[in-house]
Write a protein that binds this ligand. Structure first.
Ligand code: SF4
Length: 360
């Protein structure tokens, strides 16, 4: 607690921001995070307004709900309308599929239930053995070990898993391939790193000469992270640093990684509006196919309408534009009436800006 209190010290914040202004580069540099919680901290606490004008912080595809392609929502909707009970996280219900959301499917008679985690889905399936249940498993490396754990626990025969988990490092690599984005450094997500450790990021400084700092979620964590990235740039030595060492260990969470390895294969995955990214998703291994909802219920939808007319989520998600640059932002697209996935989740950049943005 004492350590956390230090991360909320306003005097320290002033010292770091003063230092950032002293070190400010003469040309604009762009640091990218890939995490909805980082965007929340940056926007909620107005951190962009504290930074020198030449330091820009952009948000990459770090919202697990936003990156779900419409086709996967369509799969869950199809199952629900065929009489299968879908269990999933509350944020997912309003994410647009190609023609409707799960919320609309629920209004049309689909049995869709909000759960806090996969263990709730197991409990529900055990309580109603006459019904068929599917857990719509979304999220990054942080939530996928919980799915893996339940799969290994031999879940009830009336429960299967629609696995839609995604991996963060391949999305970071995608951003580096976008020629005109010109990222100067990554702020890597603390919670994902708690699971995967530091090794998956080594490729960025070694192969791409790209500075990376794993950062926590207090405002000062991010200011320190930016300071560390600037230091690497000043020294001309890109490397991988861990600002969040009070939580993230180099080797990650060995037990969670073991669960992931035993249950999932790493496969190519589609991301909303971004197409298919190599080795960016988890799929159940063949030995667990009896719990694979796609195999069990014969549902597999390959493509869908990811982006509604006028919506620019695909550009917001790669940090190419700010939410306020979308003409629908806070106009016909609001948190109460979202047009795109980025306005739905509390981790979506558009929703965060709509709720917290003043002028930064
Ligand atoms: S403001 Fe709405 S319509 Fe515009 S990019 Fe964001 S989610 Fe899409």
């Amino acid at each position: 607690m004492k350590e956390l209190a230090a991360f909320r010290n306003p005097n320290l914040a002033k010292q770091v921001t003063n230092r950032l202004h002293e070190l400010a580069p003469s040309h604009t540099v762009k640091f990218c995070h890939v995490c909805g919680t980082h965007e929340w901290t940056v926007t909620h606490f107005g951190l962009r307004s504290l930074l020198p004008e030449t330091i820009e912080v952009i948000a990459g595809p770090g919202c697990p709900v936003c990156v779900l392609p419409a086709a996967e929502i369509d799969e869950a909707i199809k199952l629900s309308l065929e009489g299968i009970t879908i269990t999933t996280f509350g944020d997912v219900l309003r994410v647009p599929g190609s023609n409707m959301s799960l919320l609309k499917a629920k209004a049309e008679g689909g049995d869709i239930r909000v759960v806090y985690g996969v263990s709730d889905a197991v409990r529900l399936a055990k309580a109603e053995p006459e019904k068929e249940f599917v857990f719509f498993a979304i999220g990054f490396e942080t939530t996928s070990p919980t799915t893996a754990n339940e799969v290994l626990n031999k879940p009830p025969g009336n429960l299967s898993f629609l696995v839609c988990h995604r991996l963060i490092p391949p999305a970071m690599e995608l951003l580096l391939g976008i020629g005109d984005l010109h990222i100067d450094g990554f702020i890597a997500p603390g919670h994902v790193s708690t699971i995967i450790g530091l090794k998956p990021y080594e490729i960025f400084p070694s192969a791409y000469h790209m500075p990376v700092v794993v950062a926590g979620f207090e405002p000062l964590d991010l200011l320190f992270g930016i300071d560390m990235l600037l230091g690497q740039m000043r020294d001309g030595v890109p490397k991988l640093e861990n600002e969040y060492s009070r939580v993230v260990k180099g080797e990650g969470n060995i037990k969670a990684l073991d669960l992931l390895q035993r249950v999932f294969d790493v496969v190519d995955g589609r991301w909303r509006g971004l197409g298919s990214l190599p080795s960016s998703a988890f799929a159940l291994k063949k030995e667990f196919e009896e719990w694979d909802a796609r195999e069990k219920h014969g549902v597999r939808i390959e493509s869908g309408r990811d982006i509604a007319p006028g919506c620019q989520c695909h550009l917001v998600m790669i940090g190419k534009i700010k939410p306020s640059e979308c003409s629908l932002f806070n106009d016909s697209c609001t948190p109460d009436s979202p047009k795109g996935a980025c306005m739905v989740s509390t981790e979506g950049t558009c929703r965060i800006w709509a709720k917290h943005y003043t002028k930064q």
